[in-house]
Design a protein around this ligand. Structure first.
Ligand code: 9MR
Length: 361
């Protein structure tokens, strides 16, 4: 449980970045762009190649534990170029007892990603949810600032060089744009956010450090609050590199100003990414709703590819067979690009086509 050796490093993050950049240059010339120009029958590329043609990644938030079904594993490996562990890197999972770490689930995802030339998007170091009871209930030795710093340092150090991006702080905002009254805000104050970023930067200087939230995809009070927070962190010289927009959406409700919103964060000099995209439908879903859902997935990819600093799109689960939605939003489902039988839905094609349009345009 306390083993702190990292898994073997088969491919560095820099090598991955170079590989993806090279793919971005070559793919449109050799495959899809050429096919279109010469009328040869089009071969549909996996999402990762379509995304690479626009210089971006196609990411997946993977189920927990990594599903053993060979079809699931095959799609995970072949369609995506970035994996976000859905639960395996959360505080409650990796440090169930203060100072005692269980890296088994996280290592499994990291090793899978390395074996398939995928980046790892680390999720997440400091979050009010899925905390171990000893943090939640204040049963720790010492001050919470020290406890948090120790946790961030230990986890980010272990995966240094193997995680492309870290969600350092997850979901810090309230809907009205004020800071969420988490245990960290209560015990440490607003500076917990800056301190978490400083600790992560010291532990893994090469990882891109993100703040990540939901209902911040379009303009509005919550994203205004996030914008002010991020601006203030930058003014203080806090080492923050990016903003993640989770994009847990309802069919037909992609914010029309999503591109504008991503762009204003990019204009601060930051990377942006769509980090947890799904589009839920009230069940049962009919063909018209699936068509609207496809348009919604495409619109989100379009919003990303319209912003040069938007580096990729991660979907939060790929199949309706393995979804967090029905448990959290009873009556809703069908939120993902593959159906419950692992067949692609119109949403899948819309994601692919939006990336290809950006790549060849
Ligand atoms: O996908 C995760 C699911 O398996 C967990 O049950 C759930 C618990 O909150 O967390 C899910 O992922 C969340 C992510 O970590 C942060 N943004 C919201 C996601 C959906 O709840």
């Amino acid at each position: 449980m306390t083993d702190v050796r990292p898994p073997s490093r088969t491919r560095s993050r820099r090598a991955l970045a170079v590989g993806i950049a090279a793919g971005a240059l070559i793919a449109p010339l050799l495959a899809y762009g050429h096919a279109a120009a010469t009328d040869t029958p089009r071969v549909d590329p996996p999402l990762r190649d379509a995304a690479a043609s626009s210089g971006r990644f196609a990411g997946l938030g993977v189920g927990s534990p990594l599903n053993d079904d060979p079809t699931y594993t095959d799609i995970t490996a072949t369609e995506f170029s970035s994996l976000t562990p859905g639960n395996e890197m959360k505080w409650g999972t990796v440090e169930p007892v203060q100072g005692q770490f269980d890296w088994s689930g996280a290592d499994e995802v990291v090793e899978f990603a390395q074996a398939h030339d995928q980046e790892v998007h680390g999720h997440t170091l400091v979050w009010h949810s899925q905390l171990p009871g000893w943090v939640e209930n204040g049963q720790y030795e010492g001050e919470l600032l020290d406890v948090m710093t120790e946790h961030v340092t230990t986890e980010a150090s272990r995966y240094a060089g193997q995680v492309a991006r870290w969600d350092v702080v997850n979901e810090p905002m309230n809907e009205d744009g004020t800071l969420r009254n988490s245990v960290f805000l209560q015990e440490i104050g607003e500076s917990y956010i800056a301190e978490a970023f400083r600790a992560a930067d010291a532990a893994d200087p090469d990882a891109k450090l993100y703040i990540n939230d939901y209902n911040t995809d379009g303009l509005g009070a919550k994203s205004d609050g996030l914008y002010d927070l991020v601006s203030s962190l930058l003014d203080q010289g806090v080492p923050i590199d990016g903003v993640g927009f989770q994009s847990h959406l309802i069919v037909g409700q992609v914010p029309g100003d999503m591109r504008e919103n991503l762009q204003r964060f990019a204009d601060l000099g930051l990377e942006v990414a769509v980090t947890e995209l799904d589009v839920r439908i009230e069940m049962p879903a009919d063909d018209a709703e699936l068509a609207q859902q496809a348009s919604d997935f495409g619109a989100v990819v379009d919003a990303c590819t319209a912003v040069s600093a938007c580096i990729g799109v991660t979907v939060w689960g790929f199949t309706d067979a393995d979804s967090w939605i029905p448990g959290t939003f009873p009556g809703y489902g069908a939120a993902h690009p593959w159906d419950e039988n692992y067949q692609t839905k119109p949403a899948h094609d819309a994601i692919r086509d939006a990336f290809l349009a950006a790549g060849t345009g």
